[in-house]
Design a protein around this ligand. Structure first.
Ligand code: NDP
Length: 294
C-alpha cells in the first residue's frame, strides 16, 4: 500500500480507502463469489436521526464499491427492545447474512449493552460486543472496532514505525480511545491514554510520535500540544454554525508541525466505513473457511 501523502503532508482517508477497496477488498469479494458466497451486511436503523441516515448512506455506497450486498432494515423510533432483540436473533440465524450493525445512537428505551450482548460475535462487524472487545485486549484475532482499525490503516500508511513509537491517545471512549490504544499496544507502540482528568495534557501530547485525538471538542488540539514531526490523527467531526465540517484538531496551526495529519472531512471517516466493509468480508471468509473444514 502506498502512503497517500500529498506533498503538503495530508494523510487522506479518502485516497487510502479507495486504494484498499480496489487492491484488497474487491479481489477478496471476487474470490468469495467464485465459491458462491457474496458477503452481506445488514444495518439496523432505528428512528429518524439525520446524522445516522447520512452515515448509513456512506456505508451503502462503499459496500456497493467493494461488491458486497448491504441492506438497511428500518424501524420506527417506538420499536421495543424486545422487538429489536428478535430481529437480531433472526439475523444471527440467517446464514446468508455475514455482518450486522445496529446504528448508534438508539432511542433511550433501548439498552445498547443488551443489544450488543445479543449479536453473534462472528457477525459483529462493528467490533463492539464484549467477546470481540475482550479478544482485542488479549491480542487475539477478532473483529476489531471500525474507527480504531481505520486509524491503524492511516498510521501505517503514514510510514511511521509503530513498534517502539510513543503513541498518545486523547480520549478513552469505548468506541475510539480505549480500543485504538489496544490496537496500538498490540502493534508494540508505547501507549499513553489521556482523558478529561489528565493533568498537564500538553506535556503528554508533546511527547507523541503518533497523536490520536478523539475528544469531541472542535479545534481542541493546537500547535502547542504537538511535537515537530508527529503523525496526527484527528478523529473528531463537528459541523460549525456556518455548516463547515471541522475536527478536534486545529488543522491550520498543527499541520505545519506534523509529519502528516488527517483532514476533516476525508480522514478517519472514510476509513471507518472501509473497515466495516473489511470486517464483513472477514466474517464471510471465516464462515466459508469453517464450512470448508467441516
Ligand atoms: P466521547 O465523548 O465518548 O469521548 C470523549 C473523550 O474525550 C472522553 O474520554 C473524555 O474524557 C475526553 N475528553 C473530554 N474533554 C477532555 C479534555 N478537556 N481533555 C482531555 N480529554 C478530554 O467521544 P467519542 O470517542 O465517541 O468521539 C470523539 C470524537 O470523534 C467525536 O467528535 C465524534 O463525533 C468523533 N467520531 C468520529 C468517528 C469517525 O468515524 N470519524 C467515529 C466515532 C467518533 P473522560 O472519559 O474523562 O470524560
Amino acid at each position: 500500500m502506498t502512503a497517500p501523502n500529498t506533498p503538503n503532508n495530508v494523510l487522506s482517508g479518502r485516497t487510502l480507502s479507495a486504494e484498499i477497496i480496489t487492491n484488497d477488498l474487491r479481489p477478496r469479494v471476487e474470490a468469495l463469489q467464485a465459491k458462491g458466497i457474496t458477503p452481506k451486511l445488514v444495518v439496523v436503523l432505528i428512528g429518524d436521526h439525520a446524522a445516522s441516515a447520512s452515515y448509513v448512506r456512506q456505508k451503502e455506497k462503499s459496500a456497493a464499491k467493494a461488491g458486497i450486498v448491504s441492506e438497511v432494515w428500518r424501524y420506527e423510533e417506538t420499536v421495543t427492545e424486545a422487538e429489536i432483540l428478535q430481529v437480531i436473533e433472526k439475523i444471527n440465524r440467517d446464514e446468508s447474512i455475514h455482518g450486522v450493525i445496529v446504528q448508534l445512537p438508539v432511542p433511550d428505551h433501548i439498552s445498547v449493552p443488551a443489544i450488543l450482548k445479543a449479536i453473534d460475535p462472528a457477525k459483529d462487524v462493528d467490533g463492539f460486543t464484549p467477546d470481540n472487545v475482550g479478544k482485542l485486549f488479549q491480542g487475539e484475532e477478532c473483529l476489531a472496532c471500525c474507527t480504531p482499525q481505520g486509524i491503524m490503516h492511516l498510521v501505517r500508511a503514514s510510514g511511521v514505525e509503530v513498534s517502539g513509537a510513543h503513541a498518545v491517545v486523547v480520549g478513552r471512549s469505548n468506541i475510539v480511545g480505549k480500543p485504538v490504544a489496544g490496537l496500538l499496544l498490540n502493534a508494540n507502540a508505547t501507549v499513553t491514554i489521556c482523558h478529561s482528568r489528565t493533568r498537564d495534557l500538553s506535556h503528554h501530547t508533546r511527547q507523541a510520535d503518533i497523536l490520536v485525538v478523539a475528544v469531541g471538542r472542535p479545534n481542541f488540539v493546537t500547535a502547542e500540544h504537538v511535537r515537530e514531526g508527529a503523525v496526527v490523527i484527528d478523529v473528531g467531526i463537528h459541523r460549525t454554525e456556518a455548516g463547515k465540517l471541522t475536527g478536534d484538531v486545529d488543522y491550520d496551526s498543527v499541520s505545519p508541525r506534523a509529519k502528516c495529519i488527517t483532514p476533516v472531512p476525508g480522514g478517519v471517516g472514510p476509513m471507518t466505513v472501509v473497515s466495516l466493509i473489511q470486517n464483513t468480508i472477514i466474517a464471510a471468509e471465516r464462515l466459508a473457511e469453517g464450512k470448508a473444514s467441516q
